[in-house]
Write a new protein. Structure first.
Length: 482
């Protein structure tokens, strides 16, 4: 093997990472040109590997988004912590199949150790099992599969063997602001998106207890309740202790979707937000969000390891399964052959330590508060949420109050588009309680106060330009002959 191609790839990767801080976060993309640079007929004969890598880097460059940089605030995307990136490079070089202990004892033990560290870090019950998935969608899928197994087993039904045909109906209760991955998981599990019971949410997206109690009063039989730790727009947490109390005397399973909010439990200053977390039955989160490991990296935890394993385990004559204490990782997720994701998580946790994880969470939350303060101080800018975590929800209005909500919707959408085109930072838009809003998520270990101030200034500059443009258009329209 010619190792020069690995050296060249490493050099190109290091050059990219070194320029992240000053790189435009996003840039206009000429899609036909991007396709042309990558397209063409499959070569009849192989090309020089170094030339292939260099051509790929050149062709991809215009289409890369600096999501690993310090001013990317969209979609709750983490960056890439150095030790995690290095471990990910090794993971590719080692090329381990993490499905079975027999195919990679090292991958199995890395997941075993990292999983136990995370159980302790989040304060989950001892004995909680852990699985490594692609992301929160499959983590929620796995959790809810374990829940489906357990609540039907409690009424004497083996869903893995007999399926759902003729099974006792399972009630699924979700908050009105539940994340889409919950619905995707229910769809795939045959529990359906359209037969769920929605619970009203308050102004911060927290599940309302009065509505929950009213919903539960009309239900009987096996029940799964899905709560949130960190709403994707506001960062708010459902009242977990009260929810646990409300279902304590029922055949109910409490699942907590904590795609990024679960990491608050690692911080002494934010742990109160996740009070009651240990009373749930299953939990999900992403390591590629706040732990800042490379994509893809989701996590699922289940209190009842037996239910977890029963919901996921398969078997084949050719599988070399262990009979002892070794971990066969395919028993805990809906995949057999897969990437050894545990190495990057192991490296990130070992590199950061407990204090480092807590510091990362706290710093991002403080920077989100700084962003909210910088924006809210300007006329015509409204921060819509209580900034309790790393999420900031923003809406823009004309300073003269003209146009009402419709004008504010249009202005907010215009500001988001201008910020994305500006390139200083990147963030997304959303619809919150029927109104357009800008969503800012601070999740990167690279982000500094200077990045926040620079980005806030760019946002306000874009807001001023958008407001001026819309005012000019309105004036021109008013002066036009009928």
């Amino acid at each position: 093997m010619d190792e020069r191609v690995l050296d060249r790839a490493a050099d190109l990767a290091k050059e990219y990472l070194a320029g992240l801080s000053e790189r435009r976060v996003a840039q206009p993309v000429d899609l036909p040109a991007l396709r042309a640079a990558m397209d063409g007929p499959l070569p009849e004969h192989g090309e020089d590997p170094i030339a292939v890598i260099e051509r790929l880097a050149r062709a991809a460059e215009p289409g890369l988004v600096a999501s690993a940089g310090p001013r990317y605030f969209g979609f709750v995307v983490g960056a890439n912590y150095p030790a995690a990136v290095a471990a990910d490079w090794l993971t590719s070089a080692w090329d381990q199949n993490a499905g079975l202990y027999a195919t990679s004892p090292a991958a199995a033990v890395a997941e075993e150790v990292a999983g136990q560290w995370l159980v302790e870090l989040f304060g989950l019950p001892p004995g909680t099992s852990c699985g490594f998935t692609t992301g929160a969608t499959m983590a929620n899928f796995t959790s809810l599969a374990a829940a489906r197994h357990a609540v039907l087993r409690s009424v004497g039904w083996d869903v893995e063997e007999r399926g759902l045909f003729g099974a006792p109906p399972v009630n699924v209760v979700v908050g009105d602001q539940a994340h889409v991955t919950i619905f995707a998981s229910l769809q795939m599990l045959g529990l359906g998106r359209g037969r769920i019971h929605r619970v009203e949410a308050d102004a911060q997206a927290r599940m309302r207890l009065d509505s929950l109690r009213e919903t539960l009063a009309g239900l009987g039989g096996p029940t799964i309740v899905c709560a949130q730790a960190g709403n994707v727009s506001t960062g708010a947490f459902d009242p977990l202790p009260e929810i646990a109390n409300a279902i304590a005397d029922r055949q109910a399973w409490l699942h907590v979707d904590g795609a990024f909010g679960l990491w608050a439990a690692a911080s002494a200053d934010r742990r109160h937000l996740a009070a009651g977390l240990d009373r749930a039955d299953s939990w999900t989160t992403d390591a590629h969000k706040w732990l800042n490991v490379p994509y893809d990296s989701g996590l699922v935890f289940v209190r009842d390891a037996t239910a977890h394993r029963a919901a996921m385990s398969l078997g084949a004559a050719y599988y070399v399964e262990t009979a002892g204490a070794e971990r066969d990782s395919f028993n805990w997720v809906a995949e057999s052959s897969r990437r050894a994701r545990g190495f990057s998580i192991y490296a990130a946790l070992r590199s950061l330590g407990r204090a480092g994880v807590a510091s990362l969470v706290d710093r991002c939350c403080e920077l989100a508060r700084r962003m909210a303060d910088r924006l809210a101080a300007a006329d015509g800018v409204e921060v819509l949420n209580d900034v309790v975590l790393n999420q900031v929800l923003v809406r823009f209005r004309r300073r003269d109050g003209v146009g009402g909500d419709a004008e504010a919707d249009a202005l907010t959408q215009d500001v988001v588009a201008r910020v994305q085109a500006d390139g200083t930072c990147w963030l997304g838009g959303t619809t919150w309680r029927g109104q357009s809003a800008m969503r800012v998520s601070v999740s990167s270990w690279r982000t500094t106060e200077e990045d926040i101030d620079r980005s806030a200034a760019a946002i306000l500059r874009c807001a001023e330009a958008a407001a001026s443009a819309r005012a000019s258009e309105a004036a021109a329209s008013a002066g036009s002959p009928s």
